[in-house]
Write a protein that binds this ligand. Sequence first.
Ligand code: ADP
Ligand code: MG
Length: 729
Amino acid sequence: MAVFRFKALDEVLARQPLQITREHNLTSDYFGYKVFDRPKMKKYLSKEAYKAVCDAVDNSAPIDRKMADQVAQGMKAWATENGATHYTHWFHPLTDGTAEKHDAFIVNVEDGGVVESFSGKLLAQQEPDASSFPSGGIRQTFEARGYTAWDASSPAFIVDGTLCIPTVFISYTGEALDYKTPFLRALNAVDKAATEVCLYFDKTVTKVQANLGWEQEYFLIDEALYMARPDLVLTGRTLMGHASSKDQQLDDHYFSSIPTRVYRFMEDLENEAYKLGIPVKTRHNEVAPNQFEVAPIFEEANLANDHNQLLMDIMKKIARRHKFMVLFHEKPFAGVNGSGKHNNWSLITDNGVNLYSPGKNPKSNLQFLTFVVNTLKAVYDNQDLLRASILTAGNAHRLGANEAPPSILSVFLGSEVSKMLDLMETAVVERKMTPDEKTALKLNIGRIPEIILDTTDRNRTSPFAFTGNRFEYRAVGSSANCAASMIALNTAMAAQLTKFKNEVDGLIEKGVKKDEAIFQVMKRLIIETKPIRFDGNGYSEEWVEEAARRGLTNVSSVPEAISAFTRKEFVDLFSSVKVLNQSELEGRAEVEYEKYTMKVQIEARVLGDLAINHIVPTAVQYQTTLLTNVKYLKDVFPADEFEKLAEGRLGLIREVGTHISTIKVKVKEMVEARKVANVIENAAEKAKAYETTVFPYLDEIRYHIDKLELTVDNELWPLPKYRELLFVK
Ligand code: ADP
Ligand code: MG
């Protein structure tokens, strides 16, 4: 094995650089050429079919069967002209990643030949084998069947000769079995609720769109070295490995130039992304060695998320072309930074007004502050739900690890916006304001600098930060489907905006003027939500204490976090805006518990195997070498001299022996703990048992393995070490 490691390194060094060049000079020449976007629809569809699709996208109008047939014809014509032979419904099941089942376009014709065919029925609906996807028991209680249905709002695209049609995945009785269904419902809910509130300020608003701009962090690891690490292959993270003598202390990776092989990968990736209409814009090194980030220009949230899922998928494929493996795990290496996925989120009206951009006058600024304050309230009231939407087995390693915010939700606003809220808080609004008071308040509100984008003090330690024209949910994990956190956020926001509107309307009905009614409700919300506002260092110990004093929740247990999904207040929340019903939430919680259990179970198995089959035999071999050495020393040297010479070696032999026996004992105990946990039927209790009785062994066993790694002859060590994994360019 030791030989293999060096061979792998040699291979890397000897490898010829790959020659990948841009296919065109201008990105705009080929951007989206694999996407059935509006210009292509215009070309391939009849006028009425084109209008039907646009209507479906813009106004959620249904598409009838006849139109669907026409769209299918045009889509097939375009796809086959561009080399597609197959089609698939492409969806986001509740696993990591996307799912697809490819079918060829061909159908038999009478004379024994085939022709390509595609109908509106096939475009609109398919029945994949729902039983292969997790549903958390929904299928058992209802119908075994599930089907996919076309999401016309996200355009079809071609990957590797297959026409991919974005779809939702639902049970036969309409329960959501995926991420997209509740995401679309949540986006619809926030659109409705936000539009209602906007009408206080602008009577012409008819629609509010949520935008999402994600920032995807990832690691690139040499393929050959990755393959020599069964823990990476099977669990996505290293379960052992002593820190390299140097990793990110010098901050030299972040600022250094992108290594050539990585740069070629990025260039290749961007090429493919552009062809698929994914507007990637930013690429850079991240803090940890071999860690990078890619971010696009933000888009409508559902489309942006499809693009994130699609990009993650093609990143894996393109990395292989460059002999890399891409890691999306939140914490692939202990001791160096993990990976997150910031979700930049904003709301924009159909008049083009970003509701999180301070406006030009007091009226639009009041609208801006209304949305900020309602966001504060939505986050404050739903801390546990927002946490449940991001806390997974992987992300739990990253949160609170001095590199990511702790499991406490807080909101950073920056000094400018905070000043405005403080001002509104002190304004007298309980009684009828005098005209002077009103003018003064409006004037002050109007004083928010129009562009605070560049002046916002950037707080990198906040889990949920206002960054000038959007909120950035930073606690999201790198492997996550953005929809999970976006469903929670948009649902919470929709419900809060509706409450706000009801309260303001209630006051107006009592004869309070509109402006004053808004001021009054806002003042109350500003006071109520004070505990969630925090502009200080979110990574500090003091914050954990301070947050507890403020009554903010701090949950780092994954199963405990998940339990929020089925808590009455959140079941009521989701049903009030019709995003998820009780059985869907129970199903989702079940799936999350199971995912957690399975991840820890697999890690425990892999670590056990590696410890017993790789590490212990290696340590025994090394110990035998030491023992042999002592024996020879004894034969050769006189007794007094021997004692001096052997002293250190005997200590080492004992030390190695202790680690070996401890590892064996701990692995045995871990297996026993698994056996006990495995017979627990209740998914929540089982996950809890895995967390409290199995998970701790992973670190305990690792501790001894990492000590051995430092001691045992390097030539014998069976796995590539951190210094190799993290520093091969
Ligand atoms: P950073 O936060 O690291 O400074 P950028 O300024 O590049 O990063 O922006 C990060 C992401 O935020 C990008 O995807 C960008 O398109 C997105 N973004 C910018 N403005 C908005 C907005 N108004 N709404 C949603 N996303 C936005
Ligand atoms: Mg950012």
